[in-house]
Write a protein of this length. Sequence first.
Length: 253
Amino acid sequence: MPIDADEKILKPRIQSIGRGFAVLFAIAHSDRGLHTKDIIEELGLDRQTVYHILQSLSAIGVITKTANNRYVLGLRVADLIEGFPRHLAPSERLTPMVRALSQATGESAYAVGWLNGEIVVVTALRGSKTVSAAEVPQGYASHAHARASGKLLLALADRAQAKAYLDRHKLTRLTPNTIAERAALERELATIRRTRISIERQEFAHGLCCLAMPIGEFGSTYVLAISVPAERFEAQLEFYTEAMRRIAEGGWR
């Protein structure tokens, strides 16, 4: 069943803008760009509307057509990419905490929080160990259901906020361990809500485990997290937990 383009953007006041961004996001989410017919089928828009949108986005320079007639992101998108980290600048308190966590554990560390209804990596630092987890970049906002930090923020959020997020996002199975059923995820969130700690074992990526914990009084808005190669996660879990708890409670100063 085609996805209604108006559902891609949350209730836009100007329908044409919502449809334009829906087309742009569809192209951005594709692997190699999209043909016009692909966009029509995916968004359920009529051909004439899609042609007008593609012409407008091409004129602005945010998309371009390749030699094989696929639409891909254009060079002007680089302006958005360059500006995004500046506008996402974390608070002065979060960055030192993430740095302290990375130094204390040697692992890739993150602060993750709610931003405009999405669960976003606010700041990230790569671990110093010879073999460390690949860094999830600042601004990453996908697959919260498969990330320790995402599940923690969903568990601690207002129930309406969590429901709204889950209603908008598909529970994609990224690995055999990913929780991809809503009822099972709700049970997991209930457990996390009680313990106030979230552990993810190879749900987001093969060979990768993660641990997340609330940050003091900001716990329902921001959390700390680390990503650790699976081969050393279990052996050092107690160490990671104690180090993160100390820093999350303000012991990093």
